[in-house]
Design a binder for this molecule. Structure first.
Ligand SMILES: *Cc1c(COP(=O)(O)O)cnc(C)c1O
Length: 465
């Protein structure tokens, strides 16, 4: 019978491991070539993606050919994020041990909903929760949910905040919904990351109602413009401005919010890791006084994608928000991961997070953050030396750079992005187009940076001709 054959074939695939050997070989090819490949695929390479456009396959294909197609066309149409000359968004690299742990755990194919579905994933979530809180200097017993990224972590943290603030007015939002609910206030930085605005819209808090506080030229909340806070207020601040990397005056803001009994949520997707490094910890002074913190291990910590974490000071409040009912507080003796996340089934990202943390340890994380900051300072100094204007105070891993003239900047950015040698994003900074550089991978070296600066100089000459 046809189907019987298919399953026999899959058994064979597991037995011979040829397929996995192929995948391994292709993966090694990629690891060996990624430093030299185009950082972003050329137009002609991109056009090869049409090889994937076809109707739903009529029947089973050749597994070898499937993996080969991925290698032949897929790998060159990746962005060489792990190559050292990619500075887009805030996209981190991947520590080898984390990759290896991910490979191994891919074979395990665990679901981390409950302890009984995966004891190992549950145990490692429990360990990572403690380790992350300790590394960041957050209160003992801080609860962590392991989610895809900060966008989801922000939704979780703000859901906990919303529910708590409404419950202070005797309103159980899980039961009653938002229609007719007493108003709560959202005080937010004008420079808040788009994912926070998205979370506000998804949570029914709306964007128009948010009181957006003006920022200074670095994108930090201006304390003198902060409206009075009260116990119905959700204050959302930033550890790490997405463009320039600036940190809001966290300590002062937390003290003001603390007196008013407001909820403080700190978006620290990449910047919260500053707290795990001796030299940068001052930037995050006071974070432990906040109530919820989203952070990404796939950014600064160089864990693979997707590895987001929502941290919440009050365990019950996070659990209640994720269960959509106040009575679902059935802690088992072991950790049940789904209590802390919107999802029930989830992949076991705690495994590679654990491997990353176990490998680096406290001093390794310190060193990693230091390295990223040192590379960033070097980059900024080289840029200034060659006549580019660095707009931001370089405090962490972000640089906002421009040329004398805004058209020059825009053209330069286009050329950088199509050069294949390097990739940077763009942004608008104080109404000017800028090139946005994020040094976020352990792979980036000073020679990568020097090569990029030489390239920028070369491209700028071409813009001006
Ligand atoms: C990246 C980022 C986010 C969103 O995180 P994802 O992991 O991409 O969902 C939110 N806030 C800031 C400041 C970020 O840098």
């Amino acid at each position: 019978m046809y189907f019987e054959e298919l399953f026999l074939e899959m058994n064979e695939q597991i037995k011979t491991k040829e397929l996995f050997e192929d995948a391994k070989k292709y993966a090694y090819d990629y690891l060996d070539s990624v430093k030299g490949m185009d950082v972003f695929p050329s137009d002609s390479t991109l056009s090869e993606l049409s090889a994937f456009s076809e109707p739903v396959p009529k029947g089973p294909g050749s597994p070898q050919e499937i993996i080969k197609l991925l290698h032949d066309i897929g790998s060159k149409n990746t962005v060489a994020q792990t190559g050292g000359r990619y500075f887009g968004f805030v996209d981190g690299g991947a520590a080898p041990v984390a990759l290896a742990a991910k490979w191994l755990s891919d074979v395990w194919d665990q679901n981390t909903a409950l302890f009984v579905i995966s004891p190992i994933a549950a145990k490692l979530e429990e360990i990572c929760e403690k380790w992350v809180a300790q590394l960041l200097g957050l209160p003992e017993n801080t609860a962590a949910g392991f989610v895809s990224g900060s966008s989801t972590a922000i939704i979780c943290g703000l859901a906990a905040a919303r529910n708590e603030l409404l419950s202070r007015h005797g309103w159980d939002v899980s039961e009653k919904g938002l229609f007719g609910a007493p108003p709560i206030r959202v005080v937010i930085s004008k420079q808040t990351h788009s994912s926070v605005w998205k979370a506000l819209s998804m949570l029914g808090l709306g964007k128009e109602n948010a009181e957006a506080v003006p920022t200074d030229r670095q994108g930090r909340i201006r304390l003198d413009k902060l409206p009075p806070l009260d116990s119905s207020t959700l204050l959302i601040i930033q550890a790490g401005n997405v463009n320039g990397g600036a940190f809001d005056p966290i300590d002062e803001l937390c003290d003001i919010a603390g007196k008013a009994n407001a909820w403080v949520h700190i978006d620290g997707a990449f910047g919260l890791w500053a707290a795990a490094c001796e030299n940068t910890r001052f930037l995050t002074k006071g974070i432990e006084k906040a109530d919820s913190w989203p952070v990404d291990a796939h950014k600064t910590l160089n864990a693979p994608y997707d590895c987001g974490i929502v941290l919440c000071k009050n365990r019950a409040m996070l659990v209640n928000a994720m269960q959509a009912t106040g009575s679902y507080l059935q802690y088992s003796d072991n950790r049940d991961g789904m209590l802390y996340t919107p999802e029930m089934s989830r992949r076991a990202r705690s495994i590679e997070l654990w491997a990353t943390l176990k490998y680096f340890g406290k001093s390794g994380v310190d060193e990693l953050v230091n390295r990223l900051c040192a590379m960033t300072s070097h980059f900024a100094a080289q840029l200034e030396k060659h006549g580019f204007i660095v707009e931001n105070e370089v405090v962490f891993n972000q640089i906002v750079m421009r040329c004398e003239d805004s058209n020059e900047t825009t053209e330069l950015l286009k050329m950088i992005q199509s050069s294949g040698k390097c990739w940077c994003g763009g942004a608008t900074w104080n109404n000017e187009p800028v090139v946005r550089i994020s040094v976020c991978s352990w792979q980036t070296t000073t020679s990568d940076i020097d090569e990029c600066v030489r390239l920028f100089v070369e491209l700028r000459k071409r813009v001006n001709h």
